[in-house]
Design a protein around this ligand. Structure first.
Ligand SMILES: C[S@@+](CC[C@H](N)C(=O)[O-])C[C@H]1O[C@@H](n2cnc3c(N)ncnc32)[C@H](O)[C@@H]1O
Length: 281
Protein backbone atom coordinates (compact mmCIF):
# COMPACT_ATOMS: atom_id res chain seq x y z
CA UNK A 1 0.00 0.00 0.00
CA UNK A 2 1.33 3.44 -0.92
CA UNK A 3 1.74 6.06 1.75
CA UNK A 4 -1.07 8.12 0.06
CA UNK A 5 -3.57 5.24 0.26
CA UNK A 6 -2.59 4.58 3.83
CA UNK A 7 -3.20 8.22 4.77
CA UNK A 8 -6.53 8.22 2.92
CA UNK A 9 -7.56 5.09 4.80
CA UNK A 10 -6.64 6.67 8.12
CA UNK A 11 -8.50 9.86 7.18
CA UNK A 12 -11.67 7.97 6.13
CA UNK A 13 -11.52 5.86 9.24
CA UNK A 14 -11.25 8.98 11.37
CA UNK A 15 -14.12 10.60 9.47
CA UNK A 16 -16.20 7.44 9.75
CA UNK A 17 -15.73 7.29 13.48
CA UNK A 18 -16.43 10.99 13.86
CA UNK A 19 -19.70 10.67 11.92
CA UNK A 20 -20.93 7.44 13.37
CA UNK A 21 -20.06 7.66 17.10
CA UNK A 22 -23.27 9.25 18.40
CA UNK A 23 -25.65 6.84 16.61
CA UNK A 24 -23.33 3.88 17.21
CA UNK A 25 -22.97 4.66 20.90
CA UNK A 26 -26.74 4.92 21.27
CA UNK A 27 -27.27 1.61 19.52
CA UNK A 28 -24.50 0.00 21.54
CA UNK A 29 -26.07 1.19 24.79
CA UNK A 30 -29.53 -0.11 23.80
CA UNK A 31 -28.19 -3.52 22.80
CA UNK A 32 -25.60 -3.68 25.54
CA UNK A 33 -25.48 -7.04 27.29
CA UNK A 34 -23.43 -6.97 30.49
CA UNK A 35 -21.12 -9.94 31.03
CA UNK A 36 -20.42 -11.21 34.54
CA UNK A 37 -16.70 -10.66 35.12
CA UNK A 38 -16.42 -7.79 32.65
CA UNK A 39 -13.68 -5.30 33.49
CA UNK A 40 -14.51 -2.30 35.66
CA UNK A 41 -12.36 0.65 36.65
CA UNK A 42 -11.20 -0.71 40.02
CA UNK A 43 -13.13 -3.98 40.19
CA UNK A 44 -14.92 -6.26 37.75
CA UNK A 45 -18.71 -6.52 37.57
CA UNK A 46 -20.23 -9.39 39.50
CA UNK A 47 -23.86 -8.88 40.49
CA UNK A 48 -25.12 -9.37 44.06
CA UNK A 49 -27.90 -12.00 44.29
CA UNK A 50 -31.31 -10.56 45.23
CA UNK A 51 -31.48 -12.48 48.55
CA UNK A 52 -28.21 -10.84 49.64
CA UNK A 53 -29.49 -7.41 48.56
CA UNK A 54 -32.63 -7.99 50.65
CA UNK A 55 -30.49 -8.94 53.63
CA UNK A 56 -28.38 -5.78 53.20
CA UNK A 57 -31.48 -3.61 52.93
CA UNK A 58 -33.13 -5.20 55.99
CA UNK A 59 -29.93 -4.98 58.05
CA UNK A 60 -29.78 -1.27 57.24
CA UNK A 61 -33.52 -0.98 58.02
CA UNK A 62 -34.04 0.82 54.73
CA UNK A 63 -37.43 2.55 54.47
CA UNK A 64 -39.16 5.18 52.36
CA UNK A 65 -37.36 7.83 54.43
CA UNK A 66 -33.97 6.72 53.13
CA UNK A 67 -31.68 7.79 50.35
CA UNK A 68 -29.65 4.76 49.31
CA UNK A 69 -26.40 5.12 47.36
CA UNK A 70 -24.77 2.04 45.84
CA UNK A 71 -21.06 2.60 45.23
CA UNK A 72 -20.22 0.83 41.97
CA UNK A 73 -23.85 0.13 41.10
CA UNK A 74 -23.36 -2.34 38.22
CA UNK A 75 -26.72 -3.07 36.57
CA UNK A 76 -28.55 -1.00 39.21
CA UNK A 77 -30.22 -3.89 41.01
CA UNK A 78 -29.55 -2.76 44.63
CA UNK A 79 -30.89 0.76 44.22
CA UNK A 80 -33.84 -0.46 42.13
CA UNK A 81 -34.72 -3.05 44.79
CA UNK A 82 -34.41 -0.40 47.52
CA UNK A 83 -36.99 1.70 45.68
CA UNK A 84 -39.32 -1.11 44.57
CA UNK A 85 -39.53 -3.09 47.79
CA UNK A 86 -38.59 -0.58 50.50
CA UNK A 87 -39.88 2.67 48.97
CA UNK A 88 -36.48 4.40 49.26
CA UNK A 89 -35.04 6.97 46.90
CA UNK A 90 -31.56 6.36 45.63
CA UNK A 91 -28.59 6.89 43.41
CA UNK A 92 -26.21 4.45 41.74
CA UNK A 93 -22.65 5.59 41.06
CA UNK A 94 -21.05 3.53 38.31
CA UNK A 95 -18.01 4.19 36.12
CA UNK A 96 -19.12 2.16 33.09
CA UNK A 97 -21.48 4.38 31.00
CA UNK A 98 -23.14 1.36 29.34
CA UNK A 99 -24.04 0.00 32.79
CA UNK A 100 -25.37 3.44 33.77
CA UNK A 101 -27.62 3.58 30.68
CA UNK A 102 -28.75 -0.01 31.27
CA UNK A 103 -29.60 0.81 34.92
CA UNK A 104 -31.58 3.92 34.00
CA UNK A 105 -33.55 1.84 31.46
CA UNK A 106 -34.15 -0.85 34.12
CA UNK A 107 -35.41 1.81 36.54
CA UNK A 108 -37.93 2.94 33.88
CA UNK A 109 -39.01 -0.63 33.23
CA UNK A 110 -39.46 -1.33 36.95
CA UNK A 111 -41.48 1.88 37.43
CA UNK A 112 -39.04 3.53 39.85
CA UNK A 113 -37.41 6.12 37.57
CA UNK A 114 -39.03 8.87 39.67
CA UNK A 115 -37.21 7.58 42.76
CA UNK A 116 -33.78 6.52 41.54
CA UNK A 117 -31.14 7.52 39.08
CA UNK A 118 -27.77 6.28 37.94
CA UNK A 119 -24.79 8.45 37.10
CA UNK A 120 -21.44 7.84 35.49
CA UNK A 121 -18.81 8.76 38.06
CA UNK A 122 -15.80 7.47 39.95
CA UNK A 123 -16.73 6.44 43.50
CA UNK A 124 -13.45 7.91 44.75
CA UNK A 125 -14.30 11.33 43.37
CA UNK A 126 -18.08 11.45 43.73
CA UNK A 127 -19.87 13.14 46.61
CA UNK A 128 -22.08 10.56 48.32
CA UNK A 129 -22.54 12.48 51.57
CA UNK A 130 -26.32 12.84 51.10
CA UNK A 131 -26.86 9.08 51.53
CA UNK A 132 -28.57 7.76 54.65
CA UNK A 133 -27.72 4.21 53.53
CA UNK A 134 -24.58 3.14 51.65
CA UNK A 135 -24.35 -0.23 49.93
CA UNK A 136 -21.38 -1.74 48.15
CA UNK A 137 -19.86 -4.87 46.69
CA UNK A 138 -16.28 -3.90 45.95
CA UNK A 139 -13.03 -5.30 47.41
CA UNK A 140 -11.44 -5.08 50.89
CA UNK A 141 -8.78 -2.55 49.85
CA UNK A 142 -11.37 -0.39 48.05
CA UNK A 143 -13.58 -0.43 51.18
CA UNK A 144 -10.60 0.72 53.25
CA UNK A 145 -9.84 3.47 50.74
CA UNK A 146 -13.45 4.68 51.05
CA UNK A 147 -13.49 4.30 54.84
CA UNK A 148 -12.32 7.82 55.86
CA UNK A 149 -15.02 9.42 53.69
CA UNK A 150 -17.66 7.04 55.09
CA UNK A 151 -16.56 7.76 58.68
CA UNK A 152 -16.96 11.49 57.96
CA UNK A 153 -20.62 10.97 57.01
CA UNK A 154 -23.45 11.93 59.34
CA UNK A 155 -23.38 9.76 62.48
CA UNK A 156 -26.06 7.12 62.18
CA UNK A 157 -25.53 6.58 58.43
CA UNK A 158 -25.96 2.84 57.80
CA UNK A 159 -23.52 0.93 55.62
CA UNK A 160 -23.83 -2.56 54.15
CA UNK A 161 -21.18 -4.45 52.22
CA UNK A 162 -21.63 -7.67 50.32
CA UNK A 163 -18.79 -9.99 51.29
CA UNK A 164 -15.96 -7.60 52.14
CA UNK A 165 -14.82 -6.06 55.42
CA UNK A 166 -13.64 -2.57 56.39
CA UNK A 167 -10.33 -3.60 57.97
CA UNK A 168 -10.14 -2.86 61.71
CA UNK A 169 -13.59 -1.21 61.67
CA UNK A 170 -15.48 -4.27 62.89
CA UNK A 171 -19.03 -4.73 61.59
CA UNK A 172 -21.92 -4.12 64.00
CA UNK A 173 -23.58 -7.18 62.49
CA UNK A 174 -22.70 -9.98 60.07
CA UNK A 175 -25.21 -12.26 58.36
CA UNK A 176 -24.88 -15.20 56.00
CA UNK A 177 -27.16 -15.85 53.05
CA UNK A 178 -26.39 -19.05 51.15
CA UNK A 179 -22.62 -18.88 51.01
CA UNK A 180 -22.48 -15.09 50.92
CA UNK A 181 -21.70 -12.68 53.69
CA UNK A 182 -23.52 -9.38 54.35
CA UNK A 183 -21.83 -6.95 56.74
CA UNK A 184 -23.39 -3.97 58.45
CA UNK A 185 -21.97 -0.86 60.15
CA UNK A 186 -23.40 2.32 61.64
CA UNK A 187 -21.23 5.44 61.27
CA UNK A 188 -20.31 6.39 64.85
CA UNK A 189 -20.30 9.96 66.17
CA UNK A 190 -16.85 11.35 66.88
CA UNK A 191 -16.58 11.45 70.66
CA UNK A 192 -12.87 11.07 71.48
CA UNK A 193 -11.57 13.73 73.87
CA UNK A 194 -12.57 15.31 77.13
CA UNK A 195 -16.07 16.54 77.91
CA UNK A 196 -17.36 18.53 80.87
CA UNK A 197 -20.32 16.59 82.22
CA UNK A 198 -22.98 17.92 84.55
CA UNK A 199 -25.92 15.96 85.92
CA UNK A 200 -28.86 17.77 87.49
CA UNK A 201 -28.78 17.58 91.29
CA UNK A 202 -25.47 15.70 91.33
CA UNK A 203 -23.66 18.53 93.14
CA UNK A 204 -20.44 18.49 91.12
CA UNK A 205 -19.20 18.44 87.51
CA UNK A 206 -17.15 15.62 86.04
CA UNK A 207 -14.60 15.30 83.27
CA UNK A 208 -15.70 12.59 80.88
CA UNK A 209 -12.51 11.38 79.15
CA UNK A 210 -13.19 9.19 76.10
CA UNK A 211 -10.93 7.16 73.84
CA UNK A 212 -12.48 5.93 70.62
CA UNK A 213 -11.66 3.16 68.18
CA UNK A 214 -14.46 3.40 65.57
CA UNK A 215 -17.64 2.41 67.53
CA UNK A 216 -15.68 1.09 70.54
CA UNK A 217 -15.20 3.57 73.38
CA UNK A 218 -13.53 3.48 76.78
CA UNK A 219 -12.71 6.07 79.39
CA UNK A 220 -13.40 7.49 82.79
CA UNK A 221 -15.51 9.96 84.69
CA UNK A 222 -13.37 12.11 86.97
CA UNK A 223 -13.94 14.79 89.57
CA UNK A 224 -11.77 16.23 92.33
CA UNK A 225 -12.78 13.31 94.54
CA UNK A 226 -13.48 10.45 92.15
CA UNK A 227 -11.94 8.58 89.22
CA UNK A 228 -14.54 6.15 87.91
CA UNK A 229 -13.83 3.73 85.08
CA UNK A 230 -16.55 3.48 82.43
CA UNK A 231 -18.09 0.06 81.85
CA UNK A 232 -20.82 -1.27 79.51
CA UNK A 233 -19.91 1.39 76.94
CA UNK A 234 -21.91 1.61 73.70
CA UNK A 235 -21.81 3.96 70.72
CA UNK A 236 -24.22 3.43 67.86
CA UNK A 237 -24.44 6.39 65.53
CA UNK A 238 -25.07 9.30 67.89
CA UNK A 239 -26.48 7.16 70.72
CA UNK A 240 -24.00 6.79 73.57
CA UNK A 241 -24.20 4.71 76.74
CA UNK A 242 -21.87 3.96 79.66
CA UNK A 243 -22.04 2.99 83.31
CA UNK A 244 -19.98 3.73 86.41
CA UNK A 245 -19.93 2.25 89.87
CA UNK A 246 -19.64 4.99 92.49
CA UNK A 247 -19.34 3.43 95.95
CA UNK A 248 -22.43 1.29 96.37
CA UNK A 249 -24.34 3.02 93.56
CA UNK A 250 -24.28 2.09 89.89
CA UNK A 251 -25.16 4.81 87.39
CA UNK A 252 -26.24 4.08 83.82
CA UNK A 253 -25.85 7.01 81.42
CA UNK A 254 -27.77 7.04 78.14
CA UNK A 255 -27.53 9.98 75.78
CA UNK A 256 -27.32 11.50 72.37
CA UNK A 257 -24.31 13.18 70.78
CA UNK A 258 -24.85 16.32 68.70
CA UNK A 259 -21.48 17.68 67.57
CA UNK A 260 -19.82 19.23 70.61
CA UNK A 261 -22.63 18.53 73.05
CA UNK A 262 -24.28 15.45 74.53
CA UNK A 263 -27.39 15.09 76.63
CA UNK A 264 -29.42 12.31 78.13
CA UNK A 265 -30.57 10.74 81.34
CA UNK A 266 -28.68 8.94 84.08
CA UNK A 267 -30.45 6.29 86.09
CA UNK A 268 -29.00 5.27 89.46
CA UNK A 269 -29.38 1.86 91.05
CA UNK A 270 -31.05 3.60 94.02
CA UNK A 271 -33.91 4.53 91.67
CA UNK A 272 -33.09 8.20 90.93
CA UNK A 273 -33.22 9.40 87.33
CA UNK A 274 -31.93 12.81 86.32
CA UNK A 275 -30.87 14.61 83.14
CA UNK A 276 -27.20 15.09 82.20
CA UNK A 277 -25.44 17.29 79.67
CA UNK A 278 -21.84 17.36 78.47
CA UNK A 279 -19.85 19.87 76.42
CA UNK A 280 -16.59 19.17 74.63
CA UNK A 281 -13.69 20.89 76.44
C1 LIG B 1 -18.70 -6.26 41.94
S1 LIG B 1 -19.63 -5.12 40.99
C2 LIG B 1 -21.03 -4.81 42.05
C3 LIG B 1 -22.23 -4.26 41.32
C4 LIG B 1 -23.45 -3.95 42.21
N1 LIG B 1 -23.12 -3.05 43.29
C5 LIG B 1 -24.01 -5.21 42.80
O1 LIG B 1 -23.83 -5.43 44.01
O2 LIG B 1 -24.65 -5.98 42.06
C6 LIG B 1 -18.67 -3.62 41.12
C7 LIG B 1 -19.06 -2.51 40.17
O3 LIG B 1 -18.26 -1.37 40.45
C8 LIG B 1 -17.94 -0.71 39.24
N2 LIG B 1 -16.73 0.09 39.48
C9 LIG B 1 -15.44 -0.33 39.57
N3 LIG B 1 -14.63 0.67 39.89
C10 LIG B 1 -15.40 1.81 39.98
C11 LIG B 1 -15.13 3.17 40.26
N4 LIG B 1 -13.90 3.62 40.55
N5 LIG B 1 -16.17 4.04 40.26
C12 LIG B 1 -17.41 3.62 39.97
N6 LIG B 1 -17.73 2.33 39.71
C13 LIG B 1 -16.74 1.43 39.71
C14 LIG B 1 -17.77 -1.85 38.25
O4 LIG B 1 -17.92 -1.39 36.91
C15 LIG B 1 -18.87 -2.81 38.70
O5 LIG B 1 -20.06 -2.58 38.01
Amino acid sequence: MTMRRKLLGVALLALGIALSVPAGAQKRAADFEPQVGQAGKDVIWVPTPLEVIDKMLTMTQTTANDFVIDLGSGDGRTVIQAAKKYGARGLGIEYNPDMVALSNRAAQKEGVADKVKFVKADIFEADFSQATVITMYLLPDLNIKLRPKILDMKPGTRVASHQFTMGEWQPDETAHVDNRQALFWVVPAKVAGTWRLRANGMGQDFDLALKQNFQVIEGSLQSATRDLLLSATTLRGNQIGFSVVDGSVRRDYRGRVAGNTMEGTVRSSNGAEVKWQATRK
